[in-house]
Every structure is written in C-alpha cells, then in structure tokens.
Design a protein around this ligand. Structure first.
Ligand SMILES: Nc1ncnc2c1ncn2[C@@H]1O[C@H](COP(=O)(O)OP(=O)(O)OP(=O)(O)O)[C@@H](O)[C@H]1O
Ligand SMILES: [Mg+2]
Length: 448
C-alpha cells in the first residue's frame, strides 16, 4: 500500500526537490506552499503523514499541528526545523508531533521517518476503529445467558492482568471477538494487537513469522525481518487455532513465554519481548495432549485463565438479542427498514442446530435482510429468494417452503418434547400452542 504524504513548506524550490524525491517508490505526494494551503488540502483528503516546515509566514508548524489535532488525533505530523527553531520543534513533539528532523537532512532520513510515522498512524487509527467497534459495544452482544455472563465477568477480572488467556469454543462462537475485547479492556489497549493464525502457515514460515529471521537464515531471507512477537512489543499477541501448532514450534513458543525472550531464526542473539498471550482453539486440547499432539506444559502456560465460549445452541435465550442486533446492523448496511421478524422465521431460527454458531446466524440474517422486500423478515427470507420475484421457479419454491416449514415444526416439537421429558402439556406450553394442536401435529409427523 502506498503512503500518502502531504509536504508543507513555504520555499518552492525545497518543496519541489522533496516532491521529486518522494515521487519514486511507495509514496503519493501532495504539496502545500503555506499553512493555509495545507489546511485546505487536509480538508479535502486524509494523509498517512504530514511533513511540515516549522517557520512559515502565515501559520507556522506548531500552529498547523495544533489545528490538525483539534479534529484529528491520529495523522502523524513530522516537523522540519532549521537550527534556530529546534527548541520549538522539541516543544512540538510534546504537543503530539510524531518527530522532528533538522535541516539540512538526507532525504533518506526523512523517508525512514515518514514510513514509520505512516505505519504508526495506521495502526493507531485501526486500534481506534476497533475500539469504537468493539469496546462501546455497538457490535457486541453480551447476552442474558448465565454462561456468557460468567465469561464476561471473568474477562473483567482478568483483563487488567497480564495472565495468558486460552479461549475455547466451537467455530463461530466469538473467540476472536472476545480475544480482542480482552485486549481492549487491558492496560495494553493502546498498543498493538496482532493475530497469528497458527493453522494458516507452514511450520518454518510460522517460526520466522513469530520470531523473525536474520538475513540469510534460509533461501529467500534476503534481509532480516522482525518477528510478530517483537512487533507486538508492549501489546498483545493472539494465537488463533493454537491446537494446530507443530511440535517443534510448541517448544520454541514455550521458551518464549517462560523466558520472555525470542531468538530470530538463524540468529543467536536473544531479544527480550514483553507481550501478553491470548490463544484460542476449537479443538479439545486435553484430548490432543492425551494423543501426544500438544505439550501439556505449553497448555498450562497458555491456559492460566481458561475461558469456554458456549455454542449458540446452549445459549438460545440470547437468540432474540442476536437477531435484533444483526437485523439492525444489516438494515444499516443495506439501507433497509426491517422492523419485524415473523414468528415462523423466529421458530426456524430457534430450531436450527447452528453448527456454525453466531457466525452462521449472522450470515443467515444478512441473507434474510438482503432478500426481504418489505419491513418484515418472513420465513422464506431465510432460504429462498423473494417470493414476489415470479418466474417459473415460483411453484417449486412454494412447495419447498412448505416442506421447510413442516420440517422446522417437526424439529421444534421433537426438541420441545425432549426438553420437557416427554411431558406433552409442558411441551405444548413451551411451544406456545394448544395441547390439542400438539397431538394433531404429532400424529401428522408420526411422532409418539
Ligand atoms: N457476542 C457477540 N456479539 C456480536 N457478534 C458476535 C458475538 N460473538 C460472535 N459474533 C460474530 O460472529 C462471527 C464469528 O465470531 P468470531 O470470528 O469471533 O468466532 P471464532 O470463534 O473466532 O470463529 P473461528 O473458530 O471460526 O475462528 C463474527 O462476525 C462476530 O462478530
Ligand atoms: Mg476466530
């Protein structure tokens, strides 16, 4: 990705030189010949970094920085300063400038600063976005179910500590979401949160990804690379699908956790790392340990705080909350105005096994919202296109729909009967139908 850059200086020649320097490589450069012009440019577009001269006749570097900060906390500002203004440049870093550079300088030095600033700004912006997304909860459903409330109160207790957390749960139960939430509730919230998908990378690649490598460590290692553990310094590392970790990598990770130290691949110097570990798995790690696939010592290191996220089918009392939440979200995304969900649809949701858990529900609702053409989601929104669409398939669709309804009904009855231990009065009440109707339906579906 290119770094977009705004350079501000009242000296046209200097501006021209910098512009031509940065027009090669990974930059997109815009220039402004005064503080005023800079503010105008900033009103039109956002930049990954702003480089500004300190002394300018109209608005000086510090004033420009202050004005930018009034509306924008994140865009990094680098101040270029002559000898006479170093003190004010130092002052500027206290006011939130990313750095300053003293004229004359080598363009390469400015380039290095700009790249760092731009990456830093991006990370901060991303963090802020995640925070507003996850932290204040517009995108997070807590739920009423006891199981989830227990998890949440546990998170509140442990978030502040650096204790490693292991999140267990089936696919789609919210492991990644919860991992991020723990990070955002911790004192490391303003630092990096990096995810490593242990399942996605081959063993050797994963190691160099985690620990970094030195130049020449293996074919293709043309330069040294920092590992993610070092990259996350001060922050949190999220090891996703930890159960997939190869035995060799398990040993090295264990050492990193125990000693707070890593050794880049091919290197012999250890580097201190200060990171918090959160891991997640959808496997039963106890079984993996018994089968000899996962080290028990590593398990104990990672699972100081174990959290179990319940599958959706074990927290069905939260279903209406999720439905409401996702309908609102997709209303917004697809500019729809759905206010109601009909009973048939709801019943179908209630009886689905939700093997894909919250993710599957989310997808189902997205589809339903997308397909619904009035303000209600009907049963048919779940699986079929709009019934008003017409066309030769319509009859077949209607027929299928009937089957679907019957199947859903049948499943709901089986479930209700099982939950009521065969007590039909209770089952009928839980289903919200008369006992007589229940008997009729049981006959119809040949349920005894
Ligand atoms: N409590 C919740 N509130 C709102 N959305 C949720 C919640 N739990 C899960 N989701 C949503 O469900 C989807 C799946 O969640 P997430 O990716 O965290 O699951 P996961 O357990 O990490 O899945 P996988 O094992 O496949 O990695 C996401 O889109 C997430 O936003
Ligand atoms: Mg996940």
């Amino acid at each position: 990705m290119k770094h977009s850059l705004l350079i501000v200086d009242d000296e046209p020649d200097f501006l021209h030189v910098l512009k031509s320097y940065f027009s090669f490589g990974d930059f997109e450069v815009q220039t402004a010949a005064s503080g005023e012009a800079a503010l105008e440019a900033l009103a039109q577009a956002t930049y990954d970094a702003v480089v500004t001269d300190m002394a300018m006749p109209d608005i000086n570097g510090i004033e420009l920085l202050k004005t930018i900060r009034q509306t924008d906390r994140y865009t990094p500002v680098i101040i270029m300063t002559g000898v006479g203004t170093i003190e004010s440049a130092v002052e500027a870093t206290k006011l939130g400038a990313f750095h300053y550079i003293t004229k004359p300088f080598k363009p390469q030095d400015l380039e290095n600063l700009v790249v760092r600033a731009s990456e830093h700004g991006r990370m901060n912006r991303q963090l802020a976005r995640q925070e507003s997304e996850y932290d204040e909860g517009p995108d997070f459903v807590m739920g009423q179910s006891k199981k989830v409330r227990d998890v949440i109160s546990m998170i509140q207790k442990v978030a502040g500590s650096d204790a490693p957390v292991l999140i267990m749960g089936e696919t789609g139960t919210g492991k990644s979401l919860f991992a991020r939430r723990i990070h955002l509730k911790s004192s490391r919230a303003r630092r990096a949160f990096l995810t490593i998908d242990c399942a996605a990378l081959a063993e050797t690649l994963l190691e160099s990804e985690l620990f970094g490598h030195v130049k020449g460590a293996f074919t293709g290692a043309i330069s040294a690379k920092r590992g993610l553990l070092e990259e996350a310094q001060g922050g949190t590392i999220f090891l996703d699908e930890i159960g997939e970790l190869a035995p060799g990598t398990q040993v090295k990770l264990l050492r990193a956790i125990q000693e707070h130290e890593i050794k880049p691949v091919g290197g012999n110097k250890s580097i201190r790392v200060d990171v918090r570990f959160i891991s997640a798995t959808s496997r039963d790690l106890r079984k993996e340990i018994e089968a000899g696939n996962f080290r028990e010592d590593l398990y104990f290191r990672l699972a100081v705080i174990p959290l179990h996220l319940p599958p959706l089918r074990d927290r069905m009392e939260d279903l209406p909350l999720f439905v409401d939440h996702f309908v609102k979200r997709f209303n917004k995304r697809y500019k729809k105005q759905i206010h109601r969900v009909d009973q048939g649809f709801m019943n179908m949701l209630k009886t689905s096994p939700w093997k894909g858990n919250v993710r599957e529900l989310e997808n189902a609702i997205e589809r339903a919202v997308l397909l619904a053409d009035d303000e209600t989601i009907h049963m048919d929104s779940l699986l079929f296109g709009s019934p008003a669409a017409g066309g030769p398939d319509n009859r077949e669709g209607a027929l299928l729909l009937k089957d679907v309804i019957e199947e859903a009904e049948k499943q709901a009855i089986i479930r209700a009967l099982a939950e009521a231990d065969g007590n039909r009065t209770l089952a009928a009440r839980n289903l919200g139908i008369a006992r007589r109707t229940l008997y009729d339906k049981m006959g119809q579906y040949q349920l005894k």
